[in-house]
Design a protein around this ligand. Sequence first.
Ligand code: ADP
Ligand code: MG
Length: 351
Amino acid sequence: MFENKNDSTTSIGSMGEFGLIDHLTKNFKIKQNSTIKGIGDDAAVISCDSNQELVITTDFLLEGVHFDLSYMPLKHLGYKSIIVNLSDVYAMSAEPTQITVSIAVSNRFPVEALEELYEGIRAAAEIYKVDLIGGDTTSSTTGLLISVTAVGRVNKGEAVYRSGAKENDLLVVTGDLGAAYMGLQVLEREKEVFKVNPNSQPDLEPYSYLVERQLKPEARKDISRLLAELEVKSTAMIDISDGLSSEIIHICKNSKVGCSLYEEKIPLDPQVISACEEFNLDSTTIALSGGEDYELLFTISTDDYPKIKANPHLTVIGHITNEKEGIHLITRGGTKIPMVARGWNALKNEE
Ligand code: ADP
Ligand code: MG
């Protein structure tokens, strides 16, 4: 929950909608040449380059469904709400340039709480060099709602879709998997401990990487440049928001191919392995179904393998097969298990 360090808080009502928008957005500077008009008119104006294509993506974050304010500081929430959208832009192999942010807030939030949210949004906008060009502000009778839209650009014909994977291509993942989910397990556990004993001081140090991956994820802005430098052209790409298995299935369904994924190849951080032991969870299951890693999953031609094989950011975890062969996990013991989409999903309780 938001806790103000000062005694006095400012109510949203005292500022009025326009005063509030102006107050929250006044520190955002325009950085992109393509932003012709940002906040302040009926619509933003973005220039178009005839050699490029625009990509647009949007995501909703709802309190109680996607985040829990009892352990998610508002500044981190603001940051993460931008990252999840930028990750989708990078997954098209595009560069994000503009964002819009729409919020629905109840009057239990003072202006100071929204200032923190916008601090996080501003930090992400600075680091990823995107302009905040608009949004909408309205009231909510329930929780906090945040909707972010990101705009990006890519040279004509260079966008990478989910549908381009070919038989025999290699399946490659960036970074490591499962840490954000384990960070959530740690935070949920500490929340329960805190309920019983509000004076307890959690020692999160052994879980620092996990908690950071959950509370302050980053998007892989480095990968399209890295692949360009290595002269590797990915054939299909997706970001890992729901867990490896559901993303693999998306690529396979869209590309009309099958896939063999090797359990022993899945990259895991040592903190994920030790936390899984502690929580009595299977690390492969966590990597497959955990979600919120915001890594990129892509396919490349086997011809490109020598160019990527020594790269510490990239791990080959499987290969693409004929559609008839299906989608399988090959376990460490060599058993072939059909893969199912059990990725994290906000609707999972209703299924
Ligand atoms: P309109 O009534 O035309 O929708 P608004 O009063 O909602 O206009 O918004 C005025 C300007 O402020 C617009 O440029 C809009 O995009 C921007 N804006 C509104 N809410 C937000 C917000 N939460 N964050 C950033 N910009 C916002
Ligand atoms: Mg409006």
